[in-house]
Design a protein around this ligand. Structure first.
Ligand code: ZN
Length: 91
């Protein structure tokens, strides 16, 4: 009975860590109970889940360099490809 409680708590810890990274709480709870300690290690190293909206926002933050047509970040002052200064006019 004590082992069940310990696994239950370990599963909860795994789920809380995974939840903070945008993962499914219940799924990770079961994962934590049955695959502990592997699940805990995975919950720690797993990357933050990026939703489709965030991915789109990241794409929109990229512009074409007027000098070499390379895609660069919107807030970059210099092109990483050709090294020339980028002047962005805010609309
Ligand atoms: Zn460039």
């Amino acid at each position: 009975m004590r082992l069940v409680i310990i696994l239950f708590i370990f599963g909860l810890i795994t789920a809380i860590i995974a939840r903070s990274k945008g993962r499914d709480f219940l799924l990770w709870w079961f994962y934590g109970i049955f695959l502990f300690p592997l699940s805990l290690i995975y919950a720690i190293v797993v990357r933050q889940k990026i939703g489709p909206l965030e991915t789109m926002q990241q794409k929109q933050r990229r512009i074409k360099c007027p000098h070499c047509a390379e895609m660069i970040e919107l807030d970059e002052k210099r092109c990483r490809s050709c090294g020339r200064k980028i002047d962005i006019i805010d609309v």
